[in-house]
Design a protein around this ligand. Structure first.
Ligand code: PLP
Length: 384
């Protein structure tokens, strides 16, 4: 048996997405910039996909730029916002950002931008006192706060944070890569200027993303050339995957509206209840009631995730210790350190992340394996 509980690392491509993509690799392979009918049909299909992406987040199609991945979306947004804010404008991020925001923000700090890193509390929520103090005492600049954390699933009050920062004159970006398609997003209610998406986190293929750029928000492109994507990202479109992203957005909009993610949440809650019943001395991390519905983040006293993961894998349970990008890096997660966990707790944590394809039998099997493996590791530690 093989059970996949790592959907925050990447998710299974939806069979309907595969069906939507294939014709654009086989029969409709023409260049959407070509003037003849076959090219124009491809162009129309890309525009339908753009509309599907826009619809999932309450945007207009013209506010959506297809990109090569979430990392690219984040880099595009931060560079453009910093350029518009001015060469010495401050940049602020949260302490739990993904490296795809942290590294570009650090690169801006190596130029003339002053970087402020805003802390989180032990539940992973932004410290409002630090946030407010920064806005009160700093000239306006560029703010980037992730909507939902990739490790803990903790969801920030984006509407409140963005409204407050906009009122203080800041340009606001959010990395919504782990929030999109898991919780409802409506950019009409959350006044961010830029919002990043990544297809492979919600059943589109890897290697396609999107950046929402609010109409009127300043933007200058990183990739200049033939003027595709309204001049905001030149380069011949990745037609098939753009269409895959559109299809995944359409599917997930239906799942959100039709209760699909509520089912995932019930399954996640069942997972947490079963773990509590079967395994002593564990801790669930992250603000309860402020998490994406698909993530359980758990620390198991007396265990190291590095010991657990290969044993779980051998029994067919795939999950992770933090983000996929941290695999093989022998450092405690910066997210858990920012939440104030000591190294021992940070090294004992697992992220179990579900998707619409997860089933109750997957969860029950994984809980049984976890209970056995953890008992084994704890008794080995006790003997040694
Ligand atoms: N931001 C967050 C919160 C993520 O979880 C990820 C992927 O793990 C990324 C950015 C990077 O996205 P991509 O893999 O599409 O570059």
């Amino acid at each position: 048996m093989s059970v996949y509980l790592d959907s925050n690392a990447t998710s299974q491509v939806h069979p309907e997405v595969v069906e939507a993509v294939l014709p654009f690799l086989t029969s409709h392979w023409h260049n959407p910039s070509s003037g003849y009918r076959a090219g124009q049909e491809v162009k129309s299909a890309v525009e339908v996909a753009r509309g599907q992406v826009a619809d999932m987040i309450g945007a207009s199609p013209g506010e959506i730029v297809f990109t090569g991945c979430g990392t690219e979306s984040n880099n595009m947004a931060l560079e453009a916002a910093a350029k518009a804010a001015g060469s010495t404008a401050p940049v602020a991020i949260s302490a739990i950002e993904h490296s795809a925001v942290y590294r570009p923000a650090e690169a801006l700090a190596e130029r003339d931008h002053l970087l402020t890193v805003i802390g989180v509390d032990e539940k992973g929520l932004i410290r409002r006192d630090e946030f407010d103090r920064m806005l009160d005492h700093s000239p306006p600049g560029v703010l980037s706060i992730m909507w939902a954390n990739n490790e803990t699933g903790v969801v920030q009050p984006m509407a409140e944070l963005a409204t407050r920062a906009k009122a203080a004159g800041w340009l606001v970006h959010t990395d919504a890569i782990q929030a999109a398609a898991k919780i409802p997003i409506d950019v009409k209610e959350v006044p961010v200027d830029y919002l990043s998406l990544s297809g492979h986190k919600f059943h589109a293929p890897k290697g396609v993303g999107a950046l929402f750029i609010r109409e009127g928000a300043p933007f200058s492109p990183l990739a200049r050339g033939g003027g595709q994507e309204g001049g905001r990202r030149s380069g011949t479109e990745n037609v098939a995957y753009d269409i895959g992203l559109g299809s995944a957005c359409e599917i997930m909009r239906g799942e959100l509206a039709g209760g699909g993610m509520d089912r995932v949440e019930r399954l996640r809650n069942h997972l947490e209840e079963s773990l509590s019943e079967r395994i002593p001395d564990l801790h669930f991390n992250g603000a309860r009631g402020h998490r994406t519905p698909n993530v359980a983040h758990v620390s198991f006293d007396g265990c190291s995730a590095a010991d657990l993961l290969p044993l779980l894998d051998a029994e067919g349970v795939q999950c992770s210790a933090g983000s996929a990008c941290m695999t093989g890096k022998n450092r405690p997660s910066h997210v858990q350190k920012a939440m104030g966990f000591d190294d021992r707790r940070a090294f004992s944590s697992l992220r179990l992340s579900l998707s619409i394809f997860s089933t109750r039998s997957d969860v029950d099997y994984a809980v049984g394996v976890l209970a056995n493996v953890i008992a084994k590791v704890r008794s080995a530690v006790a003997v040694s």
